[in-house]
Design a binder for this molecule. Structure first.
Ligand code: OGA
Ligand code: NI
Length: 364
């Protein structure tokens, strides 16, 4: 998430969703009501468990052992997950449950604070860090049924220290601890992903340089008319990898687009959801997919997610890896670009499915 120059973007009135439901629990303002076509095929009415529609599960404990049969089987599963789904859940990832629960707790405490307190860390129009709604660029743009709090985490230069809250008292400490663990997990996953593409283990780490890591906490309050709104508009992530944690006892809310149908992702206990971002799609020359996804809301239940975006350093040049391109059988599908330029492009446009990646596509 590259910094944006603040221009005079007019975004109109942006209601805070938590405040809205406090004052008028049964009313959904016009600006949140989506067109019918945006709401897509209603998956909740499909018996998804009959359709074998569940994203693959990768057991990381099988990948921590030496290269035995289990190891190669799991790598194969990973490769299929990245090709067919762009999403998978990881179990036995080794991150202590206390670390995970702790960050959830401080995130929830943050969102539960009075609005005046949260407003000390505002997300200014055109920026993507702080508290508010991101990706809003005009007065008539529809709003998502969500409050967000986003922070640049690593390297330290991308941090805006004014936005790191002093309350809850343990927020920063807890987020630091969590982010360190997630960073290690991303490095590990990138090794396995490299192997699954037939590349040497360190290939991504070597090219990424000092990787950029950002976190976004998404709080989706209940909505009296969940069918009329979206929690988060459809998009693909600009990252290399995204790690999504859904708070304990979360209801289903994340949906991914597969075969033109929105498929819900059922949270597994103690699992993390991983998805391939635009950057890996480009580096793998389209073999691995950065899949479009969105979030929906629930009539009774709130939902909290903690999402980490892991990406190459802004200086890094991105293009399909030469090992994965073949002029005759697999021609190059994306042009080369600087990752910082892509990040800038990504955050200066509204979320619109996979449109961001048109930036890099070579059109025949
Ligand atoms: C995101 C995202 C989904 C969710 O933050 O990029 O896709 O369920 N979130 O919160
Ligand atoms: Ni996303």
């Amino acid at each position: 998430m590259a910094p944006l120059p603040i221009s005079s973007i007019r975004v109109g009135q942006i209601d805070d969703v938590q405040e809205l439901i406090k004052s008028k629990p049964n009313k959904v303002p016009e600006r949140f009501i989506r067109e019918e076509y945006e709401r897509g095929v209603v998956v909740s009415s499909l018996k998804t468990h009959h359709l074998h529609h569940q994203i693959p599960v990768i057991d990381l404990s099988k990948l921590s052992k030496p290269h035995n049969d289990d190891f190669f089987f799991e790598i194969l599963k990973l490769s299929q997950a990245c090709e067919d789904w762009g999403f998978f859940q990881v179990i036995n990832h080794g991150i202590e449950v206390e670390v995970v629960e702790d960050v959830e707790k401080v995130a929830k405490e943050f969102f539960d604070m009075p609005l005046e307190e949260k407003k000390k860390y505002p997300m200014e129009p055109g920026t993507v860090q702080g508290y508010g709604q991101a990706f809003i660029f005009s007065e008539d743009q529809k709003l998502d049924w969500c409050n967000m709090f986003a922070l640049g985490v690593h390297p330290p230069q991308i941090r805006n220290p004014k936005l790191w809250p002093s309350k809850p008292a343990r927020f920063s400490e807890s987020l630091e601890g969590y982010s360190k663990e997630i960073r290690e997990l991303c490095k590990r996953l990138l090794k396995y992903i490299a192997l699954s593409l037939g590349l040497k283990e360190e290939r991504f780490e070597e090219m990424f340089g000092e990787a950029v890591q950002a976190v976004r906490m998404n709080y989706y309050p209940p909505c009296s008319s969940p069918d009329l709104v979206l929690g988060l508009s459809p998009h693909s992530d600009g990252s290399a990898l995204t790690v999504l944690q859904q708070s304990k006892n979360s209801c289903v809310g994340l949906q991914i687009l597969k075969d033109n149908t929105w498929v819900p992702v059922k949270p597994l206990p103690n699992a993390l959801v991983i998805n391939i971002g635009d950057t890996i799609e480009v580096l793998s020359n389209g073999k691995y997919k950065s899949v479009e996804h969105r979030a929906v809301t629930n009539r009774e239940k709130e939902r909290l997610t903690i999402v980490t975006f892991y990406a190459p350093n802004y200086e890094v040049k991105i293009e399909p890896m030469s090992e994965l391109v073949n002029d005759e059988t697999n021609p190059c599908k994306y042009r080369s670009y600087n990752h910082g330029d892509y990040s800038y492009h990504y955050v200066s446009n509204k979320l619109q499915g996979k449109k961001s990646l048109d930036f890099a596509k070579i059109l025949n």
